[in-house]
Design a protein around this ligand. Structure first.
Ligand code: ADP
Length: 503
């Protein structure tokens, strides 16, 4: 029999990727297409759901063509996706009633403020869904569509419309109408009860979302359906579904309580596996599903999101012009021995976890005549490591007893930076480890799909496939670490109370 593979589809914010993964967990081919970022007004971000569907199909066809693999060799399809982005479509025609409203879109601020004012403040639903009221999540986005698109509410109430995050939209199209989501994606809508893993009728009612619109919530790893009769992958089981950061947890084999990974991209997303019970955060973190593999009990996670990390390096390049490409920041930082006393707090749009200060703005402090652009480059890089350390402390403070951090698994574009990764290990005082295959998101979707169809026998096989690519071991003295963190925490306070009207 010809060799079998798993096809993983990674539908991201800027592009759609498809990769073929072999039994050893290697990526043997890929296809990728970008899609348009539609920005109708300040703060609004939309995607065309039909363009995304077309990009996914083309990316999948490319991945198969490059490797000369036919559909009989695809044992299963796995899906991972940008989270929270919401689509509403007609259940008969499949026509979206509006563009997808993207996770970054802030048009629902007023809706969130009003819900908070009605009682309970921004943590009104936190005990149920694990999340604060925020524009980030899908529920308020769907509410906006139903209120603002002509006729949408009436059609929704008549049972003619469906809603979904991008995973549901894709699976519905791939299968000719199977309407499902998984626990991880559902945990980002603000509409799911995190304990029962069912839709919260109360929150849906408060947001005016008819229950008939909602997909069925399933585990992250099981056969939902097979590819539709007229499609590229007819009869191939669609067997996993995970939000991107959750897929990365699976791809990094973070299966034990206390296992954590941090993805360093435009911003940073750090998750720690908290085991079989949700942990409600007292330190500004989100309670979320980690994954649920088939019939196994689900795993939960705490998540800390940092808004500005890699994008600060882009800012040094585009706004200050002190580097001409992102990797150059490393050479510039190496021209000096330390930060020269300068600290950079990149609170460009306030601070996310664990501070959640929308009144904060960027601050560059500790400047003297001695400070030069090398120190600035260093301070910018260091800010990523300090912010990660703050999220990590919050995680350890929130997580139940018995959770300690012994190492941090990392991935994402910024992990190419050796100086940063060494500094990160020094500041956390734990080893920082990057796997051999850094496409952990696609890999996680592939693993979850492969587990569902017996392509891999269990988590042990996945753990065995995970191979260390590079390790950074802490070298800094405790006193130096304390001195630097002290400087950082002082700097953070200087960014507070800058704008009066946080909106
Ligand atoms: P995303 O998936 O969020 O688009 P990536 O994982 O592709 O992000 O990482 C890209 C980000 O990493 C960019 O913001 C870029 O500035 C930053 N970056 C890329 N290479 C380096 C580097 N060598 N040093 C520091 N930052 C880098």
């Amino acid at each position: 029999m010809a060799e079998q593979y798993i096809l993983a589809i990674d539908q991201g914010t800027t592009s759609s990727r498809a990769v073929l993964v072999d039994h050893a967990g290697r990526i043997i081919s890929s296809g990728q297409l970008e899609h348009e970022q539609i920005l109708p007004r300040a703060g609004w971000v939309e995607h065309d759901p039909k363009e995304i569907w077309s990009a996914v199909r083309q990316a999948a066809a490319q991945a198969l063509a490059v490797a000369e693999v036919n559909k009989e060799q695809v044992a299963a399809i796995g899906i991972t996706n940008q989270r929270e982005t919401a689509v509403v479509w007609d259940r008969t025609t499949g026509e979206p009633v509006y563009n997808a409203i993207v996770w970054q879109d802030t048009r629902t601020q007023r809706i969130c403020d009003e819900l908070a004012k009605d009682g309970g403040g921004k943590d009104r639903y936190k005990d149920v869904c694990g999340l604060p009221l925020a524009t980030y999540f899908s529920g308020p986005k769907v509410h906006w569509i139903l209120e603002n698109v002509d006729g949408a509410r009436k059609r929704a109430e008549a049972g003619d419309l469906l809603l979904g995050t991008i995973d549901s939209w894709l699976i519905w199209l791939m299968t000719d109408g199977v309407h499902v989501t998984d626990v991880t994606n559902a945990s980002r809508t603000m509409l799911m009860d995190i304990r029962t893993r069912q839709w919260s009728e109360q929150i849906c009612a408060d947001l005016g979302i008819p229950l008939s619109m909602l997909p069925q919530i399933r585990s992250s790893s099981e056969v939902y359906a097979e590819g539709r009769r007229t499609g590229l992958l007819t009869g191939v089981p669609i067997a996993s579904n995970l939000g991107d950061q959750h897929a990365a947890m699976v791809g990094q084999a973070c299966f034990a309580k206390g296992d954590a990974k941090n993805t360093y991209g435009t911003g940073c997303f750090m998750l720690i596996n908290t085991g079989s019970e949700p942990v409600v955060s007292d330190h500004g973190l989100l309670t979320t599903m980690c994954y649920q593999l088939g019939d196994e009990p689900p795993s939960y996670a705490l998540e800390g999101s940092i808004a500005v990390t890699g994008s600060l390096i882009q800012w040094l390049r585009d706004n200050l012009g002190i580097i001409s490409s992102a990797p150059e920041v490393e050479q510039l930082a190496r021209t000096v021995d330390d930060n020269g006393g300068a600290y950079f707090v990149p609170a460009f749009s306030g601070l996310f976890a664990p501070y959640w200060r929308s009144d904060a703005r960027g601050a560059l402090v500790g400047l003297t005549r001695f400070v030069n652009k090398g120190h600035l480059a260093r301070a910018a890089l260091e800010s990523t490591a300090y912010q990660t350390a703050d999220v990590m402390s919050a995680m350890l403070a929130d997580a139940q007893e018995g959770v300690t951090l012994t190492e941090l698994k990392v991935d994402g574009g910024m992990t190419a930076n050796d100086e940063l990764m060494q500094f990160q290990a020094d500041i956390l005082d734990v080893p920082v480890i990057r796997p051999e295959v850094i496409e952990t998101t696609a890999l996680g979707a592939a693993y979850a799909a492969g587990l569902a169809v017996g392509f891999w026998s269990g988590k042990d096989e996945i753990r065995a496939n995970w191979a260390e690519g590079r390790r950074w071991t802490p070298k800094m003295s405790a006193s130096e670490r304390d001195r630097l963190l002290g400087g950082w925490h002082k700097a953070v306070t200087k960014s507070f109370d800058w704008v009066d009207d946080a909106d």
